[in-house]
Design a protein around this ligand. Structure first.
Ligand SMILES: O=C1O[C@H](COP(=O)(O)O)[C@@H](O)[C@H](O)[C@H]1O
Length: 240
């Protein structure tokens, strides 16, 4: 596996690192298809883009998708799309609204899964018979989940589908998530992980991925042909 581990002194430097990868992809193809993660980690990246990259990125050549969404309205503070809209889309007018392909968390989840599967099929190129993202941004939760596949439903990773419904283990909140076959089919898979609280799992997954692959969904990330990047701050990398 082509794996790169980049350790940055803080989230600003990490955001710069992710931005370089995005610019490299923009130099290779006309449209770059990016799957965004939700949660807290991308917030610093979006703030960085608004402060530093309004002019230097060709925003209208980026198509945005999501790896997962919480089943709530876009105005709910839990919405991954809502967070991205308020921190990024509302602040960069050159982003092409027609290239924002959100998961509708407010819709009936099973119907939304079918619809989002058709959207990915329509807009993304195919490789290995499956839609392929240029960049798959991933987070890793404290419990080792990634996208919205949690340890108690780890079998969903191997579902014979591109997209599934899932559940948060504690709140029972419904989620919509891409599956392992789509994540692993991406050209560049990028874990953005910050904070000392994640250091133990980062170490386990980077150093002994196979041993933890039945325990943590994040340890199932293993690109078919693409590259895997771990972009870490010093806290998350402190046990490596
Ligand atoms: O619930 C979610 O959590 C993960 C990890 O988020 P973080 O807050 O620990 O960065 C995230 O990747 C996922 O997209 C999100 O819905």
């Amino acid at each position: 596996m082509d794996k790169k581990i980049n350790i940055y002194k803080d989230v600003e430097a990490l955001s710069e690192g992710f931005t370089s990868l995005l610019k490299e992809e923009l130099s290779k193809r006309e449209i770059v298809n990016v799957s965004l993660s939700g949660g807290s980690t991308p917030k610093a990246l979006f703030n960085y883009w608004v402060a530093n990259c309004k002019e230097s990125i060709d925003w209208n050549r980026i198509a945005f998708f999501w790896g997962d969404e919480r089943c709530v309205r876009p105005t709910d503070e839990m919405s991954n799309f809502g967070m991205t809209k308020s921190l990024l889309f509302d602040k960069i007018p050159t982003i092409d609204k027609k290239k924002i392909h959100r998961i509708h968390g407010e819709n009936e989840s099973k119907e939304e899964v079918q619809w989002y599967t058709s959207i990915m099929d329509k807009y993304l190129p195919k490789e290995n018979g499956l839609p392929v993202f240029d960049i798959m941004m991933l987070g890793m939760g404290d419990d080792g989940h990634t996208v919205s596949i949690f340890p108690h439903q780890i079998d969903l990773w191997n579902a014979e589908a591109d997209c599934v419904t899932a559940q948060h283990p504690e709140t029972g909140m419904e989620r919509i998530s891409l599956t392992g076959r789509l994540v692993n089919n991406s050209r560049n898979i990028v874990f953005l992980v910050t904070g000392k609280n994640k250091a133990e799992k980062v170490k386990q997954i980077i150093e002994e991925r196979e041993k933890f692959a039945d325990i943590y969904p994040a340890a199932k990330v293993n690109p078919v042909n693409g590259k895997l990047f771990w972009m870490l701050d010093e806290g998350a990398a402190s046990l490596l």
